[in-house]
Design a protein around this ligand. Structure first.
Ligand code: THU
Length: 131
């Protein structure tokens, strides 16, 4: 299984591919599934601002499009613009959707402390679920 340090490193590399001419806030994400496979995503903005796609949802979409069916275990998120780039509310809900009930690890980089760890159940308590 890929180590947390490696997942953050991959998220960092992917952040360089971000298409963010409007916000100039690049984000990269790397989502690790129980299958052992990981998938990457970066944010992709649009001149119609509301259509912009976050890095985390891009990574999870890529996983699903590639046939991934196992549970999401971990997601590393990185932005060169922010220490601890937390997922937005919409991305938290997406992470929860593919957790299959597992308390997904959120791996961030803190400028002072190095890698920091959070859990989806702590950052999205009382979440909406149908399944
Ligand atoms: N962004 C992400 O990629 N992930 C998040 O969880 C929060 C925000 C992107 C969206 C937009 O392109 C830029 O960061 C600034 O909001």
């Amino acid at each position: 299984m890929v180590a947390n340090e490696e997942l953050i490193k991959i998220a960092k590399e992917v952040s360089y591919n971000a298409y963010c001419p409007y916000s100039k806030f690049p984000v990269g994400a790397c989502a690790l599934f129980e299958s052992g496979k990981y998938y990457v995503g970066c944010n992709i903005e649009n001149s119609s601002y509301g259509l912009s796609l976050c890095a985390e949802r891009n990574a999870i979409s890529t996983a699903i499009a590639n046939g991934e069916t196992s549970k999401l275990l971990k997601i590393a998120i990185y932005s060169p613009m922010s220490s601890e780039c937390f997922p937005c509310g919409a991305c938290r809900q997406w992470i929860q959707e593919f957790s299959k009930g597992y308390n997904v690890e959120i791996i961030l980089e803190n400028d002072d402390k190095g890698i920091s760890l959070y859990y989806i159940n702590d950052i999205l308590p009382y979440s909406f679920k149908l399944i």
